[in-house]
Design a protein around this ligand. Structure first.
Ligand SMILES: NC(=O)c1ccc[n+]([C@@H]2O[C@H](COP(=O)([O-])OP(=O)(O)OC[C@H]3O[C@@H](n4cnc5c(N)ncnc54)[C@H](OP(=O)(O)O)[C@@H]3O)[C@@H](O)[C@H]2O)c1
Length: 255
């Protein structure tokens, strides 16, 4: 496949879903700048994803720090000359527990990484994309942003990501810059690989299709949403969750 001549910034591209997205993008000729706090992890991912079809730039970045986000985009622009796509994927989760027990440092991190980090990235990306008069911003939400699952702040930030997608898509539509969101369900990543087969089976019992997704499943959907085939799709929140978000009240009634 020929180089697509497109450039993407993918936060959290060194592992899990972000790495899955980077894999599908590079296989399809999109150059990527992958960002995360741990440079070794990024470089390991880049070595695994190495391809003749696309270039990979690793930029050590804490997206919770706006100056580091500015540096990430400066580096991507220095290397590739433009940014066509932003994937706001980096995030941390919240252990199950009560609002009265959550560690306040973790609470601040969840707000600053899961929402403010995506906001800083979208803000800078929009500036560059407005100048280019085109672009794509893809946010990664979560089922927790739609339905009630344990983890008050994580769910609240993911709901904020959904609404941010809708409002920003309206603001930037005329440029045109498209803004969409993928809301994954259970995705098998390095983290979930630590679960025993029994735990995973128990977990998937309540998933309507009884299936987990893999990072590349999200990667393929991401690739479609940022492609010209999806040129009129903006402000969309697409669930990729084997039926979890459609489950609604049925699950609550044990059906
Ligand atoms: N896996 C699932 O089942 C699932 C389901 C729904 C939604 N999601 C969402 O999908 C996204 C990716 O999750 P994942 O499961 O792939 O998790 P993961 O493997 O832990 O990946 C998260 C990535 O984000 C990066 N990151 C975390 N904090 C960061 C920060 N402050 N600045 C820059 N990068 C940071 C991490 O790299 P460093 O540690 O090196 O910074 C890591 O590469 C998250 O937004 C998550 O909420 C996941």
């Amino acid at each position: 496949m020929a180089r697509s001549n497109k450039v993407a910034v993918i936060t959290g591209g060194g592992s899990g879903i972000g790495k899955g997205i980077a894999k599908v993008f590079t296989q399809n000729g999109i150059d990527v700048a992958i960002a995360g706090r741990n440079l070794k992890k990024l470089e390991k991912a880049a070595a695994e994803l190495k391809s003749s079809k696309a270039e990979i730039l690793c930029v050590q970045t804490d997206i919770a720090v706006q100056a580091q986000v500015e540096r990430l985009f400066d580096k991507a622009l220095e290397k590739f000359g433009k940014v066509d796509i932003l994937v706001n994927n980096a995030g941390i989760t919240e252990p199950m527990g009560s609002i009265t027990d959550i560690d306040m440092k973790l609470a601040e991190d969840i707000i600053n990484i899961d929402f403010m980090g995506a906001f800083y990235c979208a803000r800078r990306a929009a500036k560059e994309m407005k100048a280019q008069k085109s672009g794509n911003i893809l946010n990664i939400g979560a089922t927790e942003g739609l339905v009630s699952l344990p983890g008050t702040l994580y769910g609240a930030m993911k709901a904020a990501i959904s609404q941010f997608t809708i409002v920003l898509s309206r603001e930037l539509a005329a440029v045109p810059i498209r803004v969409n969101c993928i809301r994954p369900g259970v995705v098998i990543t390095e983290k979930t690989q630590g679960l025993s087969a029994g735990d995973l089976e128990a977990f998937l019992k309540n998933v309507p299709m009884h299936k987990a997704l893999y990072p590349e499943d999200i990667g393929k959907l991401a690739y479609y949403l940022v492609s010209d085939d999806a040129r009129y799709i903006t402000g969309a929140i697409v669930s990729a969750d084997a039926g979890v978000s459609a489950d609604g009240g049925w699950f609550a009634f044990g059906l």
